[in-house]
Design a protein around this ligand. Structure first.
Ligand code: CS2
Length: 462
């Protein structure tokens, strides 16, 4: 396997599922070449450790420390792009998995297709050693087609609806943008040799801190620079659409399903939506972690109401998922005090997340003639975060665009119309909806002028 995006999540999820599958079946032929994207840190940490790293579970039901060995090679994609292409093309590679986060796909927010105006995508298309994930996959497949590498499966593991179809669309858009002479029969080869199953992944994995590394060192007796911390829970729902061989992930607890779209929608609009909501409410109230944010009773109430009144009535759940039970479970998982998942981390890249997590629910309610009160609170809290964070501190790929539309005098009356005008986040129809704008005004004013006391009062008695 080749894994693109060797962050903490990949180590605590893809690598663990793959090792568990091998342990369960005794088939130890699998191994992962992990590729870092923008930063080479994890490749530098893992390489001298032969790819070995520790998973430290935190919270009730945590397993003992465990050293995972399914990553057999760790390379910096930025520094060795040709090696990445070679590994994807190699006949021994059966599966490419990816966790590159929403922004890593380089989607044009206006068309939903590949952003061919992106400088990195342009360089990759022009034939430079590819550094965008989509460029790496497309170039790897191109080489594979010409060297007879055989069928390949590309598995997106990011929190995006229809992540398989999306990845396929982007790879095809990349191929179609190549000069005719280079394109050759690549699209036809893709048709018959490459599949892109969709998946839903779930495990809360915070960024590892220096304190985490020290705690692992005390317990393990070894210094592990690449250790990761994770909650005990993990889940993977996968569409069974593989072009070639794959690890027996079902033996490790993965669920193969024909209804991944419903699982993904439920996860995004229930779990990730309330995660983002807690992050922005928490940031507004000076709470550093998700467990602190959910520990504030009024925020927990707001989340519960967002789930019950806005999200659940408008999302169709997959068979086997009970909405009320799931809602209660996720709030319990957020409350895990040992995890240290920061509101800053979950609140990062909001422009890429709120559309999928919250605006879907808001649109569905408005279409049904209902007021999405609580989901609008989460969006107002995001707007407040954007408007009150110093320019250099806003962690978002659209930070410059968002800051540029904001006026110097930032009140509900100026911030809301300015941000609603941002077409990369809000479409024209939603931006023009007076019910939505009214809800945003209401909540923004409370957050901005009355802070936590005002929020408590309004959530509990409003
Ligand atoms: C979080 C997710 O950072 C975020 O945006 O909402 O990474 C979340 O922890 C995972 O999706 C849980 O599976």
């Amino acid at each position: 396997m080749v894994h693109l995006g060797l962050g903490a999540f990949a180590r605590a999820h893809t690598a663990v599922f793959t090792e568990n599958a091998m342990l369960a079946t005794g088939d130890s032929d699998w191994g992962i070449t992990g590729v870092t994207q923008r930063s080479d840190t994890v490749a530098r940490q893992l390489a001298p450790q032969d790819g070995l790293f520790t998973v430290s579970e935190r919270g009730s039901g945590a397993a003992p420390l465990r050293v995972v060995s399914s990553i057999v090679e760790a390379i910096s994609g930025r520094d060795h792009p040709e090696t990445v292409v070679d590994r994807i093309a190699a006949a021994t590679t059966q599966v490419v998995t990816l966790t590159i986060t929403e922004k890593g796909y380089r989607i044009d927010p206006h068309t939903g297709s590949l952003n061919t105006a992106d400088a990195q995508v342009q360089a990759d298309l022009a034939g430079h050693p590819p550094k965008s994930a989509i460029g790496q996959i497309a170039r790897g497949i191109q080489r594979r087609a010409s060297t007879g590498g055989g069928p390949l499966t590309v598995v997106s593991c990011d929190n995006l609806p229809g992540n398989g179809e999306l990845t396929e669309r982007l790879v095809r858009a990349f191929a179609a943008a190549l000069p005719e002479a280079e394109l050759g029969s690549l699209l036809a080869w893709l048709d018959t040799n490459v599949t892109f199953p969709s998946t839903m992944v779930d495990r809360m994995v915070p960024a590892t801190t220096e304190g985490d590394l020290a705690a692992v060192e005390r317990e393990l007796g070894l210094r592990d620079e690449a250790a990761v911390v994770a909650e005990p829970f993990m889940q993977w729902v996968i569409e069974d659409n593989f072009a070639g061989d794959r690890p027996a992930w079902e033996e490790a607890g993965a669920l193969f399903s024909t209804d991944v779209a419903a699982w993904e929608a439920a996860k995004l609009r229930l779990l990730n939506a309330s995660h983002s909501m807690l992050a922005y409410l928490g940031l507004a109230a000076g709470k550093d972690t998700i467990s602190d944010a959910v520990g504030e009773e009024s925020f927990r109430t707001a989340c519960r109401l967002m789930l019950a009144e806005d999200a659940l009535p408008t999302v169709s759940l997959p068979d086997g998922l009970n909405g009320e039970t799931y809602s209660a479970q996720i709030l319990e998982r957020f409350a895990n005090p040992a995890l240290g998942h920061t509101t800053a981390k979950v609140g990062s890249d909001g422009s890429q997340k709120i559309g999928l997590r919250l605006l879907t629910t808001i649109r569905a309610n408005l279409d049904a003639g209902r007021e999405p009160r609580w989901a609008a609170l989460a969006v107002a809290a995001w707007m407040h975060h954007v408007a009150t964070t110093p320019a250099a501190g806003l962690n978002d790929p659209l930070a410059a665009e968002l800051q540029a539309v904001l006026p110097p005098n930032r009140t509900a009356d100026t911030v809301i119309p300015a941000l609603l005008g941002c077409r990369s986040v809000f479409d024209a129809e939603l931006a023009a909806d007076s019910t939505f704008a009214g809800l945003l005004m209401h909540w923004y004013r409370i957050i901005d002028t009355q802070g936590l006391d005002g929020l408590r009062n309004e959530i509990n008695h409003g």
